[in-house]
Design a protein around this ligand. Structure first.
Ligand SMILES: *Cc1c(COP(=O)(O)O)cnc(C)c1O
Length: 434
């Protein structure tokens, strides 16, 4: 038994499934999760001292790589001045100013502690401001674990919500409508039937929780038009895409202006931060400016603000940083796919900015149904072959991969070399199992 195995055995007695967040448990790929001891740049090091090239990057936040010196210094300094006050600080102004400057649609912002909190609060705000009950979400999009967002992806046009988990009341789920991602006709029908009851539509402008799935040309534009026409609040959930597909997120890249935006992950520089923001007239419904209540004992925490500020200052202030991330991501994406095809494996996928997703499939993937038809079992085998070779991919076929500024040409090259060898082993496996 190695140390990860013995730590995991103990963890399972202490925490449900041995983890504090489900995907970490490797249930999607089998085997024992890697227990991490430390990380630096593009690498994580496990409890047995083995080094891996990391494409999970804490599920998105570490776009500057692990233990970036500017962030470590900012957090260390902040800690020496006290770790929490529960009073306003100048740092909160500074981070708010930077977010408002970087994200085109945000005129006013509220800091929270996680992406989940950001989406819950934005939805409460939309309901409070419109006085309407219903919410539209899209199949395969994840918006954190709030009750009204954990609704099973229904099939067909717009199915009335069914709770995706025990513990969510049907009367809560029933106010959530779902529509397939990238299907304009279905979208138009939902608005035709439910438009007057819709408080908000919430969408990942690039879906990152069913792999990485781009919006089709014109799809987000149509959603914007329909929300405007029917008076529903358009929420872009940019917890993953924010500061990752461009400095201003997907909305900057696509030139679409949502009413509200939710942020998380990169905004905290690796510490727990979420945020929601948008049109001033909407945000002023939030307490104490307005009647919609939302609060947080540790919100705007000085360590978290310092880490976020250090990260965003670099992202905002470095010329060519996103072009470089784009190029690196494309190089890895193309390298992995050509390694696959030279061993006879068909793959498909998308990449944008510093995120990417590759499916084992012959068909293109534009929706959750498409994603589910990809070969997840083959992905699981590929995952373990790569893990053995020192490359840490997300332990699920339905997660995006992430690039950092620390993934040098050399690191990318050794990843592609590992992939060639991993696909070779897979081909052997397929040949032997007939
Ligand atoms: C990760 C994620 C969330 C939830 O954020 P947490 O910080 O895990 O609560 C919400 N929306 C999207 C798009 C995400 O990727």
């Amino acid at each position: 038994m190695n140390r990860s195995e013995s730590l995991f055995a103990r963890a399972q007695e202490l925490m449900p499934g041995g983890v504090n967040s489900p995907v970490r448990a490797f249930r999607g790929v089998g085997g024992t999760p890697v227990f991490v001891e430390r990380a630096a740049g593009p690498h994580i090091f496990d409890a047995d001292g083995k080094r891996y090239i990391d494409y999970v990057l804490s599920w998105g936040p570490m776009i500057l790589g692990h233990a970036h010196p500017a962030i470590v210094e900012a957090v260390t300094r902040a800690a020496q001045d006290g770790t929490s006050f529960g009073c306003p600080t100048a740092k909160e102004n500074e981070l708010a100013e930077l977010v408002i400057e970087m994200v085109p649609s945000i005129e006013m912002v509220r800091m929270v502690n996680s992406g989940t909190e950001a989406t819950l609060s934005a939805i409460r705000l939309a309901r409070g401001a419109t006085g309407r009950p219903k919410l539209l979400k899209f199949e395969g999009c994840y918006h954190g674990h709030g009750d009204s967002l954990l609704v099973a992806a229904g099939s067909g046009v717009a199915t009335l919500g069914i709770p995706g988990t025990p513990g969510v009341l049907p009367e809560v789920a029933q106010n959530t409508l779902t529509a397939p991602f990238n299907d304009v006709a279905a979208l138009e029908r939902v608005f035709e039937v439910h438009g007057a009851d819709l408080a908000a539509a919430i969408i990942e402008p690039v879906a990152g929780n069913m792999g990485c799935v781009m919006p089709r040309a014109g799809y987000l534009e149509r959603l914007r038009e329909l929300c405007t026409k029917h008076g529903a609040v358009l929420i872009f959930d940019e917890v993953m895409t924010g500061f990752r597909v461009a400095a201003g997120g997907a909305q900057a890249r696509f030139g679409i202006t949502p009413d509200l935006t939710t942020l998380g992950k990169v905004i905290g520089g690796g510490l727990p931060v979420g945020a929601y923001g948008g049109r001033r007239d909407l945000m002023e419904h939030i307490a104490p400016a307005g009647p919609v209540y939302q609060a947080g004992t540790l919100s705007g925490n000085p360590l978290a603000m310092s880490a976020g500020l250090a990260a965003l200052r670099i992202l905002h202030g470095t010329d060519g940083l996103y072009e470089d991330l784009d190029a690196r991501t494309r190089r890895l994406f193309d390298g992995l796919r050509s390694a696959a095809s030279s061993e006879g494996f068909a793959t498909t996928g998308h990449h944008i900015g510093a995120m990417f997703g590759i499916f084992f499939a012959e068909h293109e993937v534009w929706s959750y149904d498409d994603a589910k038809r990809a070969d997840a079992a083959m992905f699981g085998r590929f995952f373990h072959e790569m893990l053995q070779r020192g490359v840490y991919l997300a332990p699920s076929a339905f997660e995006a991969g992430f690039m950092s500024t620390m993934h040098s040409d050399e690191v990318l090259e050794s990843t592609i070399t590992a992939a060639r060898s991993a696909f070779g082993a897979l081909r052997q496996f397929v040949a032997e199992s007939g």
